[in-house]
Structure formats: structure tokens, C-alpha cells
Design a protein around this ligand. Sequence first.
Ligand code: PMP
Length: 386
Amino acid sequence: MVGFEYAKKSDNASNKNNVLSDAAVINLDHGDPTVFEEYWGKMGDRCTVEIKGWDLMSYFSDANNVCWFMEPGLEDAIRGLHAAVGNAATDERYIVVGTGSTQLCQAAVHALSSIRGSHPVSVLAAAPYYSTYVEETTYLRSEMYKWEGDARSFDKEGPYIELVTSPNNPDGTIREAVVNKPDGKVIYDFAYYWPHYTPITYCPDHDIMLFTFSKISGHAGSRIGWALVKDKEVAKKMVEYIMVNSIGVGKESQMRAAKILNVLTETCRSETESFFEYGREKMKTRWEKLREVVKQSDHIFTLPKYPEAFCNFSGKLMETYPAFAWVGCKEENDLGSLLMKQKVLTRAGNRCGSDKKHVRVSMLCRDDVFSLFLHRLASLATDSLL
Ligand code: PMP
């Protein structure tokens, strides 16, 4: 897949031990969330987990739980964090843990389509959408569901599943379902509904909600995600999918995630070391710098504007500071190719169901990579390459 080829090409630029040279290719195509490393470094040993040679050997974690491979400590940590942040209802819900929310999204699509009468069930998302949904729903060539693209132009009859990402990847907008027909099911992907990215304006209680450890704290390498699921049959089907796919989820990762999520929850009560406060300042500063470069470019580039809203978590008015910048250019240019000439890899808008005038740029890289990106974006404007 294209994304992975890109990753190899630019390994040199994203390795923190390398000093970035002018020749370095920087990869802002995928959203590798290394931006928060400094914070966790300052936490010292508070998040260290020790695992003995004889620990965690069984496949099973809790045979009485629908999700029998979920460590009870992780379930408690997840419920505790949502209670502290107020960004999802967890009462009377089953929690299904997955190897990242990537696995859970596929499990949910499988579960919802397997309990429908007629197949294939249409799968859609409003453009611009998270391009990985396309790969997730086409790669295995399942006969149970079919990727149908942009939800806004969906005019078929019959069962469908709409994927709603809010705040949206790639453009950071706050989203609701757009199709709203009686034969539909909705999967809410709340990867970025956390207070460092966006104001927490309500506590969602939808039937299926996906979250990922990757984008909360930045620990993408642990590959932990979870689904909050109202319906027991759907939760059971998702668990069945994960059984067939990987017979559960690594326990070492679950233990580490539980530890870090608990520390994160503790910091919500702290005046001085709140992770979300730190993360919001970090994202805000990056967005201000990016907007300044766009302004200096005489607005050759475009960026979406986000309204301020009251955040119930922080008790303040705040803007959205998305994990990705949806950068556009005014002329009919292929912005991805122009940036590639400047040695900046981004995700082309057409992969997200939009056009080549737009690209998705990760805002979650390390500081030195981000500075180099701003510099190269500014050069693109001043060299009049557009
Ligand atoms: N959903 C969205 C909207 C995402 O942006 C991502 C990560 N890029 C994921 C899901 C997958 O996250 P994970 O690392 O948990 O598989």
C-alpha cells in the first residue's frame, strides 16, 4: 500500500537520532504521533511497567467478560478516563479491545453487516474521509460489505453503514451522520475527540464508538484501541472477528496502556502536569505557526477555520486544533506533487475522496520535522512555484 512505501522512503527523516539535513525527506503522510514524546519523557518512571517472564502467559484475561481477552485493569482505566474527560458514555456498554482501532473498525463493519439480511451492505463516509477506510473495506474483498465512497452522494436503497469521524480526519471538522435512513447503522470514530484537539461539547452515547490509544497519548506503537458497544450481539460478533483475526490482543500492550491511561487520568486533576493542557498548548502553538506561514504566503494556501466552543472539560472557550492540517491551494495545482518536490510527503486529497488541490499534513510529528515543514511550505510560496 502506498502509505507504507512512503514510510520506508523517509525513515531517515523521522528517526529522532538523526539531525535533519536539507536533503532529508520529511514524511507527513501518516499521522505518527511522536509530538508528545517530550511530555512522557518528563514523567520519568511513573509509566514504567515491569513484566516478569512468567506473567501474562494465558490467552485468557477474564473468561466471564464478553471480551474475554481484555485485561480487567485496562477496562477500568478506559472507563475511568472517559468519566474524567466526559467524552463518551460508558455505562451499560460493552468494551471491546482491539489491536488499534484499525482492527476494531473492521470488526464493527463485519459485525454490523453479518447481522443484516441482504448483502453486500454499503459502507460510506462523507468526503473528505479517512483514506484508510477504503483499504479496510476493500482489501479482503468481502462479499458481506462494499465500499461505496462519499456518503453525500449515496442514493442506493438497502442496508448501509456510515462511518462518521469527528473531529474529522483529514479536515478537522465536527461531523454528524449525513445519510440518516432507517436502514442504516453508524460507526462513530472518535479518535480525535479529546480535549487537546477539540472542545468537549457533549458526552456522546451512540451505539458504536471507536477510540484509539494512539492519538490520545501518542502511544501508537502499543496498538491499542477500544470500542464502546451498546448491543451485546454486536459486541459478541466483534469479539468473534478478533478471535478469528488474532485470537485476542497482546496483554503486554494492554498492561502498558492501562498504566499510562491511569497516569493520564490522574494528571487531569493536576494544575501543573495535565497532559491535555500540555497537548492543547502544543497543538495550539503549531496551528498558530502554520496559520502565520499561510498568512505570510499571501494566502496562496488555504486552511479551514474552526469555530470556538465551550469545552466542558477545561471550562474554557477553545478552538479545534486538529491532528492533521487540510491544506489547499487556490490555483488548480497538484499540491501533493509540488510539496513532494520540496521533499515533503503528504496525503493527496484525492485519496480522501476530494481533489489534488488539497493535501492532508500530519501535525503530530517531532518539533524539528515540523519546523522544516514550515520552512519548506514558506519556500514553496516565495519561490512562486504555485
Ligand atoms: N481512525 C482514525 C480517524 C485515525 O486517524 C486513525 C489513525 N490514523 C485510526 C482510526 C487508527 O488508529 P489505530 O492506531 O488505533 O489503529
